[in-house]
Design a protein around this ligand. Structure first.
Ligand code: TTP
Ligand code: MG
Length: 349
């Protein structure tokens, strides 16, 4: 079985799509985010409608205006885009074991269990929470996942199996190889190489003349071989505090003082990371090493020590206290609400 565990996700016309989504009269119209047409600004994003006129990122707004005078030009609202980016990130964190963020609107994810189904769920959840579409590529390595996400943009969903990769790679243009930019493309074209299959067949020495040290890597990519791992950022799913007691304990009021200490520590960590928790868990190990945990999930996420302690203490009622002795006690908070999550934002989507 193929291990299609790598996902690449890239939001469609990100800045422009956010503007169109928040101002419905812009939907279906050519929109440029970047600045006024008479300014010296450049196009950050062009909506897909604007792209039909040949407008693209990086060109001057003036040039864009000349291509399509009815284009709506908008200023960049970076704070807002970052906020949406965080909402998307929090969705990634819910599903993926590791994440490699690439930019404000793009990331690699690794998902071990049912990656294809999970990828669909992520796409749906992004749409539900933000009203925006994302293009998704699923494959067994980073290069092919990224290639896949681009194939059916916008609103794409492409699963790149080994078989499919072998079929489509040869006829793709060489610039579809990661790291082949316009300069390298030109150099390779001068040697008669236009499609990926030309690189597959090329003499290694010839490739080295243009690519130097990168020749071998480019050749591997031309066959869809890419062994790079995700460069991940670790994302905590929960925070916990626990202590093994110097003496086994069964008195609730003594145990409660530990719980209060933990709640204080956890509250500080949550506030520091701008998180709130929906689930509080009480963990205990009895003197016979029997371990239990009891959880409560609340509707309104918490980050203050009083609420965390109150929930944790209430969970003691669901244990064998005070009839058994405890050698370890701990509290965990999880099921985080991130700053970008809609529930925490001032205005509704
Ligand atoms: P991209 O993902 O490259 O572009 P996009 O999301 O607008 O369009 P698509 O992915 O559908 O092709 O870049 C993401 C955002 O980064 C983009 O919305 C705006 C910003 N950006 C710039 O500010 N300047 C640029 O030159 C580029 C390419 C992007
Ligand atoms: Mg994008």
């Amino acid at each position: 079985m193929e291990n299609l565990k790598i996902l690449h996700l890239d939001m469609d016309a990100f800045f422009a799509a956010i503007e169109q989504n928040e101002r419905p009269y812009l939907k279906g119209r050519p929109v440029v985010v970047g600045g006024k047409p008479d300014s010296r600004g450049v196009v950050s994003t062009a909506s897909y409608e604007a792209r039909e006129y040949g407008i693209h990122s990086g060109m001057s707004c003036k040039e864009a205006y000349n291509l399509c005078p009815k284009t709506v030009f908008l200023p960049v609202r970076m704070e807002r885009y970052k906020q949406v980016s965080r909402t998307i990130r929090s969705i990634f964190e819910k599903y993926a074991s590791s994440i490699e963020p690439l930019s404000i609107d793009e990331a690699f994810l690794e998902i071990e269990e049912n990656p294809v189904q999970e990828a669909k769920k992520i796409k749906e959840e992004i749409y539900k929470k933000t009203g925006l579409t994302v293009s998704v590529g699923v494959s067994y390595n980073k290069y092919l996942a990224k290639l896949a996400s681009d194939l059916e943009k916008p609103d794409g969903f492409t699963v790149m199996t080994r078989q499919k990769a072998e079929k489509i790679l040869p006829d793709l243009p060489i610039r579809k190889i990661w790291g082949v930019g316009s300069k390298t493309e030109k150099d390779l074209q001068e040697l008669g190489m236009f499609k990926i299959k030309d690189i597959q067949r090329a003499d290694v020495l010839l490739l080295k003349r243009v690519l130097g040290k990168r020749a071998e890597e480019v050749r591997q990519l031309s066959y869809g071989i890419d062994e790079r791992q995700l460069e991940t950022v670790q994302t905590a799913k929960s925070y916990g505090e626990e202590r093994t007691l110097s003496k086994d304990e069964h008195r609730i009021d003594v145990l409660r003082t530990y719980v209060n200490d933990f709640a204080e520590e956890l509250s500080e960590r949550l506030v520091r990371s701008h998180l709130k928790a929906r689930t509080v868990t009480l963990k205990m190990r009895y003197d016979d090493f029997d371990s239990i945990s009891r959880s409560k999930t609340v509707e309104k996420a918490v980050d203050d020590k009083g609420s965390i302690a109150k929930i944790a203490v209430s969970l003691m009622n669901k244990t064998d206290l005070p009839n058994r002795r405890v050698r370890l006690i701990g509290v965990q908070v999880g099921n985080f609400l991130y700053p970008g999550d809609p529930e925490q934002m001032k205005f509704p989507f």
